[in-house]
Design a binder for this molecule. Structure first.
Ligand code: SF4
Length: 261
């Protein structure tokens, strides 16, 4: 069964089975060098710096991110816009009848799950912070802010990173979507079979700690773009791939690229 959230169920630790796929004591330096080389080549290919696509406040970005789970960008954007038009404030969303919120976000997948989840998140923020505003996260370190966000219902590492990086907070936290995850796995930046959730910590550890939000954003965007435009889920276009010589899956013939028999 698919899960709505990128977080473990409330009260449960992360799936221990996923940890078996993590590298136990990885030698990070060769992986860091490979990640930087991949970053540089893909930036040349797709163009860096990549313009930020939004400048929402962090609470708005958090809700937008919750709506985007397993939903096409176009549909989650429509759901977010409709929600904002239907309710003038986040307090109004929190206090609305659940079916009215569900109707407002019906363009997204699983509105029947996302509506109560969004209202629960809003209630929890109000309970913890006393106001529906996340601007205070700017005063925390990135790890502290991520822990705070991931204590909210249904918020995992992808959503917490998106909230910090994509919002007007512009903090250097690395989200990993399915394209980014696939490319990183094939290249060998993470071990085959590493889950999306542990991949966040492993891939972020490969980036220079002094990188600012723009460079972290560029890294996420160019790996995502590579997955969308070249390293397809089925039949990747390896013959025109700029990082082919760095790719474990290509070098060991684990992929069936376009043109292969
Ligand atoms: S060589 Fe092929 S599998 Fe490897 S990153 Fe490039 S497109 Fe993806």
């Amino acid at each position: 069964m698919q899960t709505l959230s990128d977080a473990p169920p409330p009260g449960q630790p992360p799936n221990p089975r996923r940890r078996t796929h993590e590298r136990p004591t990885p030698d990070l330096e060769p992986l860091r060098a490979r990640a930087l080389e991949v970053h540089g080549r893909l930036c040349t290919e797709y163009g860096c710096p990549v313009p930020f696509f939004a400048e929402r406040d962090p609470l708005s970005e958090l809700i937008s991110s919750l709506l985007s789970h397993r939903t096409k960008n176009r549909d989650s954007y429509r759901a977010y816009q409709h929600l904002r038009q239907r309710f003038p404030t986040w307090e109004a969303v929190r206090d609305a009848p659940e079916d009215a919120v569900r109707e407002a976000i019906s363009a997204a997948t699983w509105p029947e799950q996302k509506a109560p989840r969004i209202q629960a998140v809003l209630r929890k923020i109000d309970e913890l912070h006393g106001a529906l505003n996340l601007s205070f996260l700017a005063t925390m370190t990135v790890p502290e802010a991520r822990v705070w966000l991931e204590a909210l219902p249904g918020v995992g590492p992808k959503t917490s990173a998106a909230t910090l990086l994509f919002s007007n907070l512009r903090r250097p936290a690395l989200p990993v979507d399915s394209h980014h995850h696939r490319v990183a796995s094939r290249i060998g930046l993470i071990a085959p079979g590493t889950g999306l959730e542990p991949a966040h910590r492993l891939l972020e550890a490969l980036l220079p700690p002094q990188w600012d939000a723009q460079r972290v954003y560029d890294h996420h965007e160019v790996l995502m773009m590579h997955g969308q435009r070249c390293c397809f889920f089925e039949r990747p276009a390896c013959q025109r791939c700029t990082v082919r010589d760095l790719c474990d899956a290509f070098q060991t013939r684990q992929v069936a690229p376009v043109g292969a028999a």
